[in-house]
Ligand binder design. Structure first.
Ligand code: UDP
Length: 455
C-alpha cells in the first residue's frame, strides 16, 4: 500500500499570502494528500480559515518578536527578517513530524526555509503566485542585472528569455534601485530560487507557453539546471467568501443591467489614488457614457481622518447625481470574483495583481491594465503583449492618468472593432482555463499528478 503523503505549506506574512496557500491546500486534499499549513503571523485569519477548512491542519509557529522597534527601508525587508527569525521554529516543527513530511512548499519570500529543508532532507518547492513570465524574469535577473540602477535608465529595454522586452521602468518596484537593501535582498533570493526541487505556479500552460518553453529549455538559468515547473492553475478564490450567504447589493444592481454593458474598476487590496486622480477617473467614466461599477478608497491625503471615503466631497460636484442611473460607486471593497462572473460585466480596469488578472481571464472579461505597485508593471507587459488579454491605460507611469485617456480606453474596449477582436481572445482564454483544470487530462491536472509522482 502506498504511504499516505503529507506536505507542509509555508506562506509568507499576511493574508494575501495565506489565502493562496489555502487554495493550494485544497488541491492537495482533493488528491488525498494531507496538508499542514505552518503560519507565522495573521492569527485571526488563520483561526477563521481553520473553521471554514476543517480538513486542513493549521500550525502557528511562534516567532521571537523581531523588528518591533526597527525601522525598515521596505516592508518586504521586515518580512524577510521575520521569516528568518521563524526558521528555528520551522525546523523544530518539521523535526517533530514522524514520519518525516514528504515536501515543504514555500512562497517566494521564504528563501531561508530552503536551508531548513536542506538540513532536514525534506524536498522544498516554491509555490509561485505571480505569472510564470515573472518567474522567468526573476530567475534570469541575477544573470542580467544592469550595471546602472533601473530608475536611472527608465527607458532601457531589458531582455529575458521567453518574455517580451521590458522597459526598466516596468520592472518590479523592489529592484529599481540597485543600491537599495531591498534590491540586494531580492536579487539574493532570486539567485537561490533554483535550489528548490521545483516550482508550482498559479497559471496554466496555454496562457504562458513561451515562458514555459524558455524555462523548460533551461534558458533562464544558464549554467545550472532549472528545476521543473508545474503550471497548476488557475487557482482563484471562489466568490462569496464572507460566509454570510447573502448576495451583495452591487450584484442585485448588476442584475438590472444588460449583458456585457458594465465597466468594473477595482485595484487590488491596496490600490489607492489621490483625490485629483479620482476626479479624472470620474470625468472619464461620465464622458464615456458607459455603465460602471467602481470601487473607491479614501485618498492617502485623507486616510488619517477616515478609511471611509466621503464620496460627495471627493468626486466632482453633481457626479453621483448625474450618473445615478448608470453608475454604482462602492466604498473600499467589492466581491470581485462574483462581480467578474456576472454576465453584465463587459470590461475590467485592473491594477494587474496576478490574482485579479487570473480572475479576469477565468471570467472571460477584457482588461484595461493600470499597474500600480510591486510586479504589476511586468504583469501589464505580459498581459498586453504576450497573453493579449488586455490593453494598457497610457499614463500609468505619470502622475495622473487623464480623463480623456480613461474615456478613450473604455470606448475602445466597449465599442470598437479592436475591442471586439480582443474579446474573442478572452472567450478562448476562458475556455482554455477551464480545460486546463479538467480532471484526467487538463494540463494543470496532469502537471499536478506529475509533481505528486515525484514526491
Ligand atoms: N479583491 C476583492 N475586492 C476588492 C479588491 C480586491 O475581492 O475590492 C480581491 C481580488 O478578487 C483578488 C485579491 O483581492 O483575489 C487581490 O489580489 P491581487 O493579486 O489581484 O492584488 P494585490 O492585492 O495582491 O495587489
Amino acid at each position: 500500500i502506498e504511504k499516505h503523503k503529507t506536505v507542509v505549506l509555508y506562506p509568507s506574512l499576511g493574508v494575501g499570502h495565506l489565502n493562496p496557500m489555502v487554495e493550494l491546500a485544497k488541491v492537495f486534499l482533493s488528491r488525498g494528500v494531507a496538508v499542514i499549513i505552518a503560519v507565522v503571523d495573521s492569527p485571526d485569519a488563520m483561526a477563521r480559515l481553520a473553521t471554514t477548512n476543517p480538513d486542513i491542519t493549521f500550525r502557528h509557529l511562534p516567532v521571537p518578536l523581531t523588528g518591533r522597534d526597527q525601522q525598515y527601508s521596505h516592508p518586504i525587508m521586515r518580512t524577510i527578517d521575520v521569516l528568518r527569525a521563524a526558521s528555528p521554529a520551522l525546523r523544530g516543527f518539521l523535526r517533530g513530524q514522524v514520519p518525516a513530511v514528504d515536501a515543504l512548499v514555500v512562497d517566494m519570500f521564504c528563501t531561508d526555509a530552503l536551508d531548513v529543508a536542506a538540513e532536514l532532507g525534506v524536498p522544498a518547492y516554491f509555490f509561485f503566485t505571480s505569472a510564470l513570465a515573472d518567474l522567468a524574469v526573476m530567475l534570469h535577473l541575477p544573470y542580467n542585472f544592469p550595471a546602472a540602477s533601473l530608475k536611472d535608465v527608465p527607458e532601457a529595454v531589458l531582455r529575458f528569455p521567453g518574455v517580451p522586452p521590458i522597459r526598466a521602468m516596468d520592472m518590479a518596484t523592489t529592484v529599481q534601485d540597485r543600491e537599495s537593501d531591498i534590491a540586494r535582498a531580492r536579487l539574493r533570493q532570486c539567485a537561490r530560487m533554483p535550489e528548490a526541487r521545483g516550482f508550482l505556479v498559479n497559471t496554466f500552460d496555454w496562457l504562458e507557453a513561451r515562458a514555459l518553453k524558455a524555462l523548460r529549455c533551461g534558458l533562464c538559468t544558464p549554467g545550472r539546471p532549472t528545476p521543473p515547473v508545474y503550471c497548476i492553475g488557475p487557482l482563484v478564490l471562489p466568490g462569496n467568501t464572507d460566509g454570510s450567504g447573502e448576495r451583495h447589493a452591487c450584484l442585485e444592481w448588476l442584475d438590472t443591467q444588460p449583458s456585457r454593458s458594465v465597466v468594473f474598476l477595482s485595484f487590488g487590496s491596496m490600490g489607492i489614488f489621490s483625490e485629483a486622480q479620482l476626479r479624472e477617473i470620474a470625468s472619464g467614466l461620465e464622458n464615456s457614457g458607459h455603465m460602471f461599477l467602481w470601487v473607491v478608497r479614501n485618498p492617502p491625503e485623507h486616510q488619517s481622518k477616515s478609511i471611509e471615503p466621503d464620496m460627495e466631497a471627493l468626486l466632482p460636484e453633481g457626479f453621483l447625481e448625474r450618473t445615478r442611473e448608470r453608475g454604482y460607486v462602492m466604498k473600499n471593497w467589492a466581491p470581485q470574483m462574483e462581480v467578474l462572473q456576472h454576465d453584465a460585466v463587459g470590461a475590467f480596469v485592473t491594477h494587474c495583481g496576478w490574482n485579479s488578472a487570473l480572475e479576469g481571464i477565468v471570467s472571460g472579461v477584457l482588461m484595461i491594465c493600470w499597474p500600480l505597485y510591486s510586479e504589476q508593471r511586468m504583469n501589464k507587459v505580459h498581459m498586453v503583449e504576450e497573453m493579449k488579454v488586455g490593453v494598457v491605460m497610457e499614463g500609468y507611469e505619470e502622475e495622473l492618468v487623464k480623463a480623456e485617456e480613461l474615456e478613450a480606453k473604455v470606448r475602445l474596449v466597449m465599442e470598437s472593432e479592436e475591442g471586439n477582436k480582443l474579446r474573442e481572445r478572452l472567450v478562448v482564454a476562458k475556455e482554455m482555463a477551464v480545460d486546463a483544470l479538467k480532471e484526467g487530462g487538463g494540463s494543470s491536472d496532469v502537471a499536478f499528478d506529475q509533481f505528486l509522482r515525484g514526491l
